[in-house]
Design a protein. Structure first.
Length: 348
């Protein structure tokens, strides 16, 4: 029913994106529109018989100020250029996106893999709310956990957060889930600090006013908000390392050890931390042929997605494969990746 409703609405609101003005009519006219759209945009027609103009694809992204929004918007635009009717929806990012997918209110969504795994397995923030319908479509880019402070706070390690005012992210956001797991890995809880459930932008604003001592930021690098803080203040990046990091990765293997490179924020040395991948997800019940065809469209025009943001340019490419995914692929995605010569460890 949702699909039919979306298609009806899209015929009114998005008719300009469909080459044939009769795209909401019979199957023959829709097929003709699909072929024309493919010709006009140099996109190959569907290999699996998907009638693109009859499909409405909502891509759930993130806040308009973040990285999810432009990259998710580029994915929607590429699909639109291929003949789909599409919408890029601004959201609160990972947790909201997971719920939208599970409720069949979006066809594709960007989310951090740690949040996805928690939802899929039903633990931590999703305790008792297992969402076994989640499926991966492709790997996107790594999000680096960045714990930032300024000189004068006395914070030089994660343990130094004890007794400090710490911005941990909006409640149940991807950032906040990361912060909670890092506290746990270092043998701490939120009770050890005076935590504020602020977005990292809000927390950094509070830091500038002397009302916050440190903030967790989980994003691609460089992050513009952190860069601004580093430019105007004597900022420090607190390392996430040692036994605490080892425990974190052992218990939550969707994290991986990494470093923030020299010069990212004017830092003279690499800083130890962890990263977690962002991934594109879909509902298991979404048509296999539809997911297969959308992947075809994405990689036929991946240059347009790369052009949307420097992070996408460096990290979105078919050559990266899907070995790093921690939940099963959608069946349509598994078929696509296997046909293109890549191993799918969780989809034998």
């Amino acid at each position: 029913m949702k699909k039919l409703f979306k298609s009806a609405i899209s015929c009114v609101l998005l008719a300009a994106t469909v080459v044939s003005m009769s795209g909401c009519g019979g199957a023959a006219s829709s097929a003709a529109a699909n072929e024309t759209a493919a010709e006009d945009t140099n996109v190959k027609p569907s290999k699996v018989g998907i009638d693109r103009p009859r499909e409405f694809v909502t891509v759930a992204t993130g806040p308009t100020s973040g990285i999810y929004y432009p990259i998710g918007g580029a994915i929607a635009k590429v699909l639109n250029n291929a003949g789909y009717k599409t919408s890029a929806q601004a959201t609160g990012a990972s947790v909201e996106n997971i719920n939208l997918i599970s409720q069949d209110d979006a066809e594709l969504a960007i989310a951090m893999q740690d949040s996805v795994v928690q939802a899929y397995e039903g633990f931590a923030a999703f305790e008792g709310k297992k969402k076994e319908d989640l499926r991966a479509v492709m790997r996107l880019w790594p999000n680096y956990v960045q714990l930032v402070t300024v000189e004068g706070t006395g914070i030089n390690s994660v343990e130094d957060l004890k007794g400090k005012r710490v911005g941990v992210g909006a409640p149940n956001s991807g950032v906040e889930l990361n912060a909670r797991m890092i506290y746990e890995a270092y043998g701490m809880t939120y009770e050890d600090s005076n935590v504020d459930y602020l977005s990292y932008g809000e927390a950094i604003d509070q830091m500038k006013n002397g009302q916050c001592d440190a903030a967790f930021v989980t994003s691609g690098i460089p992050n513009s908000t952190v860069s601004e803080l580093a430019f105007s203040y004597d900022m420090k990046i607190v390392p996430i390392n040692g036994e605490g990091r080892d425990r974190l990765i052992e218990k939550y293997p969707f994290f991986a050890a990494t470093t923030i490179p020299v010069g990212t924020y004017g830092n003279n040395e690499e800083v130890d931390t962890v990263f977690v991948y962002n991934i594109l997800v879909a509902n298991a019940q979404l048509s296999d042929d539809l997911v297969y065809d959308m992947l075809d469209c994405i990689f036929n025009d991946v240059a347009a997605i790369k052009a949307s943001h420097n992070t996408a340019d460096k990290n979105i490419d078919v050559s990266f494969g899907v070995n790093d995914l921690k939940i099963p692929l959608h069946n349509g995605a598994a078929k696509w990746w296997k046909e293109h010569g890549y191993e799918t460890p969780l989809n034998p």
